[in-house]
Design a protein. Sequence first.
Length: 61
Amino acid sequence: MSRLNHLSIMCEDPYRLEQFYERWFGFEELNRTAGIVYITDGYFNVALMRRWAPDLAEADQ
């Protein structure tokens, strides 16, 4: 049977979201690169990716 074991989440602040997942769900950091934090609970892996859209940033101005 197939199981979901990886998820990518686009967010404004992956480092802050990492702290949330660590505190409330017991996840641990696997790796960190520019704008991406990889976390796991030992089975389920999550990539927290910084959302970046320059055209949206220009629209806010």
